[in-house]
Each structure stands twice: as structure tokens, then as C-alpha cells.
Design a protein. Structure first.
Ligand SMILES: [Zn+2]
Length: 275
């Protein structure tokens, strides 16, 4: 696999198993453009590729374990095991942030160069501007990383007692955050992992710095609409038959009519709290 990607991930304590590295290479994902975009849907098509096509690239002398992992003796039922799916999504996430950081550095460079071209004299003001732009993008990345980290752990706590935890936790790992700074004001969106709705992040009026944090009340009120009430309180019912199905039905029902209006969401602002 692309050694630069392997090295970068290793630096972040992520070691992809050899079989996964081979599959990513053969399925065309071992590059900085596509790897960061891998979603759980892509994982399904990668698995299908491994089951149906990959054998063509393997020779008799190859050790099948290096290509199919635990499924080396049952290639036709090959799957990427849940833990490795999470690892893959986590790696994609890290590469996404890396890509954003590189892009904003590039943008700052281009702006700097354009300014230099347009001004007859290159004054110290110009270099000051680009330092400020770099600082701004670093700050936004730091804020975004913090939001992602805290909200993922909040969501994982919320779903921890649900019977379909494994499936939902993969979705949780795919939430994305987009923070924007305009003048001295932060704004942004965060996605709901259960219905993909984009929700506005609200900010206290405070100084824009590395420690600027949004208020998550609206977001938490929304995501909680997908969780059955008794599960939120942490109580367990063990007599209900077919409980898993009920949870799933309710989950999808909420997704369909859970499109809360802004009015409804803002009405709950008093419950805002930090976590
Ligand atoms: Zn939702």
C-alpha cells in the first residue's frame, strides 16, 4: 500500500492489518484522494470486490491469509470484521483532517503568492497576513477535532445500550463537522449520524480562539429523538419480545419524521449545556 499513507497512519497509532492493506491497494483506495472518503457503503463494495474479483491478482505462492485475513479458508464469505471496519473509518477520518490541513496550507500559499504579484512592493504586512491565515486554519482544525472527539464519545455513550450498537457505532464514526470563521464570528454544521441531517452549531459570543466551543443542546436534543426513551435512562427491559425489531422500527420512524424544524430545535435552547 502507499507507504506515505502507512507511515502517516502509523504516526497516529493506526496499524492496518496486512490483508486490509492488500485489499485497499487492489480495489484502488490506497491514495490520498479516495482513502479519506471511505464510508461504510464503500466498505460493502470493497468486501464484494474481495469476494468476487481479488482472487485474480493472487498467485499460487501467495499466503491467502495476507489477502483474506481470518477468511482465508472461506473466501466466498469474506468480510472485513467489525473492529477492522472501525479502524478503517478511523483511518479515513485521520486522513481527511490531514487533507484539510494540507489544503488550507496550500490556499494560504496561493493567497500569499497572489498578493505578492499584485503589490509592487512586498511589504511585511503581506507576510503577517499569511501567518494570520495559517493560524486561522490551524485554529479551525483544532476546534473541529475537539468537536468530533467529544461528540463521538457522547453519541457512543447514548447508543451504548442499544441492541444494534455495532451497526450504529459505525455510523457514529462517520459524523462530520464543518467549522467556518468569517471575520470574528464562528459558524458551522454537524451531521446527525442517524438521519444525515446537517444541524447548525451554536456558539456563545466569545473570543474566537483555540478554545472556542459550541453549545451542543440543539444537537443533543435532535440525536436523542432517535433513541428510545427507556434506553436513555439506562433501564433495561428484558421481557419484551422482538425488542431489537421495535428499536429498529422506531429508529427509522424517527428518521422519517425526525426532521425537526429550526423553530422546534431553537425552542429547546434553554436545555443547552456543555459536555
Ligand atoms: Zn437525525
Amino acid at each position: 500500500m502507499n507507504p506515505e499513507i502507512v507511515e502517516y497512519l502509523r504516526h497516529h497509532d493506526i496499524e492496518l492489518p496486512l490483508y486490509l492493506q492488500h485489499i485497499l491497494k487492489f480495489s484502488g483506495y490506497d491514495n490520498f484522494y479516495l482513502f479519506p472518503k471511505i464510508t461504510s457503503n464503500d466498505i460493502k463494495s470493497i468486501e464484494q470486490f474481495a469476494r468476487e474479483e481479488m482472487h485474480q491478482f493472487i498467485t499460487k505462492d501467495d499466503n491467502l491469509e495476507n489477502f483474506y485475513g481470518f477468511f482465508k479458508t472461506t473466501l466466498e464469505s469474506f468480510k472485513i470484521v467489525p473492529g477492522h471496519q472501525k479502524l478503517l473509518l478511523e483511518a479515513a477520518n485521520k486522513l481527511q483532517l490531514h487533507k484539510k490541513r494540507k489544503e488550507s496550507q496550500k490556499l494560504a500559499e496561493v493567497k500569499k503568492r497572489t498578493k505578492r504579484l499584485h503589490s509592487a512592493e512586498f511589504t511585511t504586512d503581506n507576510s503577517l497576513n499569511s501567518i494570520q491565515e495559517n493560524e486561522e486554519s490551524d485554529r479551525i482544525i483544532a476546534i473541529s477535532e475537539h468537536i468530533l472527539k467529544t461528540q463521538k464519545s457522547y453519541l457512543l455513550g447514548l447508543i451504548s445500550k442499544l441492541p444494534n450498537y455495532d451497526e450504529l457505532s459505525i455510523k457514529v464514526n462517520e459524523i462530520h463537522v464543518n467549522v467556518v470563521q468569517k471575520d470574528e464570528q464562528l459558524s458551522g454544521m454537524i451531521s446527525c449520524p442517524f438521519c444525515n441531517k446537517q444541524l447548525k452549531l451554536c456558539w456563545m459570543k466569545q473570543k474566537v480562539n483555540y478554545n472556542a466551543r459550541p453549545i451542543y443542546g440543539n444537537y443533543h436534543n435532535h440525536v436523542k429523538t432517535h433513541i428510545p426513551n427507556d434506553r436513555q435512562k439506562g433501564t433495561r427491559k428484558n421481557t419484551v419480545t422482538n425488542e431489537a425489531n421495535q428499536v429498529i422500527t422506531k429508529f427509522f420512524k424517527n428518521c422519517n419524521d425526525g426532521d425537526k424544524t429550526d423553530h422546534e430545535i431553537h425552542g429547546k435552547r434553554r436545555n443547552d449545556r456543555r459536555i
